[in-house]
Design a protein around this ligand. Sequence first.
Ligand code: G
Ligand code: G
Ligand code: MN
Ligand code: NA
Length: 250
Amino acid sequence: LKLEQDLSHAIGAGQLKLLYQPLINAADQSLVGFEALIRWHHPTRGVVPPTEFIPLAEETGLIMNLGDWVIEEACRAASQWPENISVAVNLSARQLVLPALPATVNAALSRYRVQANRLELEVTESVFLEDTAGSLDVLKRLRALGVGIALDDFGTGYSSLGYLNKAVFHKLKIDGSFVREAAGNRETVAIIQSIVQLAKSFRMTVTAEGVETADDFTRMRDLGCHQIQGYLFGRPMEFERASELVHGTQ
Ligand code: G
Ligand code: G
Ligand code: MN
Ligand code: NA
């Protein structure tokens, strides 16, 4: 309960921060964008990871304000970077129940003069567990704005493939657990092959997450992944360091 109170003050108190993890083009290893990942700098507990406070924010409804702040902050970051650099943000399923979300996203894009196609929204399969029709409608309206919609953590969820056929996702992100398991496991490689094939038949971009080694990189590239994300190319980093990467100064 204390943590919940603290969280409700965290946004106004400037305790939330976005880190940015690089997203790399598999073909030439160039930087294509970043995924924004939130951190809470709690005054006494130190850094609280999102796995601890996002569920709390979802339960209490604070995720709505928090999510709006994330979108705003990500657009602000994008406005500081060149037009070929995209920024992805994670959305909770609960945020998609809000019919106002597309208007919020559109307002943030306009305010910072960021092209819609530079913003990507990442959702997991869990969005289809609650209020499927409403969430799908919100996703379609977001897509109509021109923002990208990525299906995150793919392969770890509920394995209902029907929603891939809804034409709302532009990208599929293969969960890092598969990527790392593929190193010593032919069955996992076969699963990845079929995920890539599936994604391509829907004309989706495929990103491999959790790429930690050079072997992971070449394997995922050769299996047909378009984009790569993981510690090999960079951990989630401060805005200033991300900007240095963008400008090639490090
Ligand atoms: O860096 P990592 O520990 O950052 O992230 C842990 C989990 O928290 C991931 O599942 C990620 O999607 C989620 N997460 C990170 N930032 C955000 C955010 O801004 N909003 C939501 N809803 N989830 C986030
Ligand atoms: O949004 P998503 O659930 O995909 O969140 C990605 C999570 O994976 C974040 O917690 C992020 O910090 C973490 N992550 C990113 N790259 C790597 C990696 O190469 N290895 C591992 N183990 N975790 C990673
Ligand atoms: Mn993500
Ligand atoms: Na993921």
